[in-house]
Design a binder for this molecule. Structure first.
Ligand code: SF4
Length: 376
């Protein structure tokens, strides 16, 4: 399957209509206010698999703490993971940190300029490399994410079958359409259109700036969403007064560090897992729903006294009693942070105000042209 033939005027009209729409309708997001390749890189990594609404606060906190690539490269991994808390998929943070160390060590702290060079860094695939190179450097490369795929499939009436031939056709069409003068804005505009207008289930075709070029206009079939699975798990919430607190009572919570050998969230801190997911009603502190991929976890949180932990908790990683003010700045799993916040054991302040103050001065953003920066 090949993209249909479009003449130069049709392509120019599509680009113009899309870019005009984008300038008027794009969401005001913090990474759209900068031309810094490092900031754009961070935002692109955060936006993979995570909703924009969740990323906004985490991005601000991360950039306040690690305002430059070199600052990030020099930070301990546990601190980087702590700032990633709530975003999930912690491998992304580890790869970002590792790549920052490579750039700091071998490229004088400057990210490589081209998409091809960027792809040599850990954690930067074709999509991320094209996004950074087009948005920050103006390289004419097309970005293809899930939103772009959907828009282009609908333009051509292609059935999304996940096959290699379709993937190549989408890439070919994206490369044909990308605006040579404003590749970054064009890429962001197409992603924004998919995120806000050409929605998976209910495309807003009357408001679409490129409907004149679209073969389906809302008649495109959408694959049914796979059903979510459910799992029940249980964790111990053990809190005590620190034995070394003296007359100043300081509370501590029992945390467990996931072994480094774990494939999922290695090195992160969580509440001790209980052997049984069945929690007696009188000891149930709360039940928290936590979704990861296609699974809804119903986490039952049981109040467990210090003396009972050994009998009730499953064998796991190394356990440690941690002062609550220290726990706030640790690399907690998203679920552990959620539970401690709901139990009012952590301050509900933004993460950047909880963590130690080093390098926390707000960074001055460099505003680009009105039509610069964006993503999903
Ligand atoms: S006309 Fe409708 S289906 Fe076609 S690209 Fe626009 S929003 Fe999507």
């Amino acid at each position: 399957m090949a993209p249909r033939a479009r003449n130069a005027q049709d392509i120019a009209a599509l680009r113009r209509n899309l870019l005009v729409w984008y300038v008027a309708n794009r969401r005001d997001l913090p990474w759209r206010r900068t031309t810094d390749p490092y900031a754009i890189w961070v935002s692109e990594i955060m936006l993979q698999q995570t909703r924009v609404a969740v990323v906004v606060d985490r991005f601000r906190a991360f950039m306040a703490r690690f305002p430059t690539l070199v600052v990030l490269a020099r930070a301990p991994e546990q601190e980087v993971l702590a700032l990633w808390s709530g975003l999930g998929y912690y491998r992304r943070a580890r790869m970002l940190h590792k790549a920052a160390q490579i750039v700091a060590g071998h490229h004088n702290g400057n990210l490589p300029a081209t998409a091809e060079e960027l792809r040599a860094l850990p954690g930067i695939g074709a999509y991320t490399a094209a996004a950074i190179a087009s948005i920050a450097r103006g390289e004419r490369v097309a970005v293809v994410d899930g939103n772009v795929e959907r828009v282009l499939c609908r333009l051509e009436r292609w059935e999304a079958d996940g096959g290699t031939a379709l993937k190549r056709s989408i890439e070919s069409l994206a490369a044909q359409l990308v605006d040579p003068q404003q590749p970054g804005d064009f890429n962001q505009a197409l992603m924004e259109l998919g995120a806000t207008v050409c929605l998976p289930r209910n495309p807003q075709c009357p408001s679409c700036p490129i409907k004149a070029d679209c073969r389906t206009r809302g008649e495109h079939k959408t694959a049914p969403r796979p059903p979510m699975l459910s799992r029940e798990v249980a964790y111990a919430l053990s809190v005590r007064t620190s034995p070394s607190a003296g007359k100043h009572s300081a509370r501590e919570v029992l945390l467990e560090q996931r072994p480094a050998s774990q494939t999922v969230m290695p090195g992160l801190w969580e509440l001790p897992t209980l052997r049984s997911a069945a929690v007696p009603a009188g000891e149930l502190r709360m039940t928290v729903r936590h979704s990861i991929m296609q699974v809804n976890y119903y986490a039952h949180i049981r109040t467990v006294f210090e003396d009972d932990v050994a009998a009730l908790a499953a064998p796991g990683g190394a356990r440690r009693w941690v002062a609550l003010n220290e726990a706030a700045g640790m690399a907690l799993t998203g679920l552990a942070r959620k539970v401690l916040l709901r139990a009012h054991l952590l301050p509900a302040a933004p993460l950047d105000s909880i963590l130690p103050a080093a390098a926390s001065a707000p960074r001055k953003s460099r505003r680009g042209s009105p039509a610069s920066r964006a993503s999903r």
